[in-house]
Ligand binder design. Structure first.
Ligand code: OAD
Length: 261
């Protein structure tokens, strides 16, 4: 076994020991956790969405006001991509962590920046969507939400059935918009008292999500990052695992709760 592999094994064992006895686990995830499901990230080298599309022209209220049809079409295309994707072993491992922690009377809170709802489809129950989700669309006049059928929207912009002629928009947080207040209140309540915090698959560049891991101020807490690349969060954690969440998270679960008990 090479030296890096030895260090990885030792770190996984140490983190697994802390995880297995944690009483309050808080996780924040980003696009990287869905990359192995075939959903594009935003800032990754070549294939990142923001490398190909201009966020200012597609992910802001001004962009929607200027060209609702193009923005609706782009989000609907992403919505159908998310529906066609499947949860990957990283999503499933996080759901397994939740089951193991809560079955022993602990708390598990998964805050996600992702809008794809793959954590929910992986059967994680306590998911807090910091940036909304792409499956629900809301009436711009009444705020009422609808889940669109699993086929492309036929009319851009789709008139809302709730009020004459008003537009539907994706129920996601755009740049310049506030995050859902309840999600933020929950994050600011949980992270400071969590005894195990983990950031997974995020470049830790978009606040306030990027700053959540720093809120953890318990001296006895374990802070972990699982990410393909180093990020600004890397210096705020005790263990920074470099690699695919679909590999590392299942390995962590197996080490914390060995299948044969
Ligand atoms: P980014 O694309 O900024 O970062 C994804 C991170 O995941 C990168 O640091 C990659 O190294 C890492 N990564 C990629 N594949 C991975 C894998 N298989 N396993 C582990 N890590 C992997 O995406 P986010 O950090 O989620 O906001 O971006 C945050 C927000 O910026 C998004 O919610 C979105 C975006 O603009 C809005 O649209 C409002």
């Amino acid at each position: 076994m090479t030296e890096p592999e030895q260090k990885l094994s030792l770190d996984v064992a140490a983190v697994a020991k802390k995880l297995a006895t944690a009483r309050c686990v808080a996780v924040v995830t980003g696009a990287g956790v869905s990359a192995e499901s075939g959903i594009r990230t935003f800032r990754d080298t070549m294939e990142g969405l923001w490398k190909e599309f201009d966020a200012k022209k597609l992910a802001t209220p001004e962009a929607f006001d200027a060209d609702p049809a193009t923005v609706s079409r782009w989000y609907d295309h992403r919505r159908l991509g998310c529906l066609a994707a499947e949860p990957n072993p990283g999503h499933l491992a996080l759901a397994a962590i939740e089951r193991n922690i809560t079955s022993r009377g602990g708390e598990f809170h998964l805050f996600t920046q992702n809008v794809d709802r793959l954590h929910q489809r992986a059967m994680t129950s306590n998911v807090i969507e910091l940036h909304g989700n792409i499956m629900e669309w809301r009436c711009t006049q009444t705020g009422e939400l609808i889940l669109l059928p699993p086929e492309a929207m036929t009319v851009y912009p789709a008139p809302s059935p709730f009020s004459s002629g008003s537009l539907l928009r994706p129920n996601v947080v755009w740049f310049g918009e506030a995050l859902p207040e309840e999600a933020l209140i929950r994050a600011y309540e949980v992270f400071p008292r969590a005894d195990f915090v983990m950031t997974v698959g995020t470049s830790a560049t978009v606040y306030p999500a990027a700053g959540l891991i720093e809120l953890c101020d318990r001296l006895d807490a374990t802070r972990v990052e699982v990410n393909k690349d180093a990020t600004p969060a890397s210096r705020h954690v005790d263990y920074s695992f470099r690699g695919a969440s679909g590999d590392l998270l299942p390995r962590l679960v197996r080490a914390a709760w060995p299948p044969n008990g």
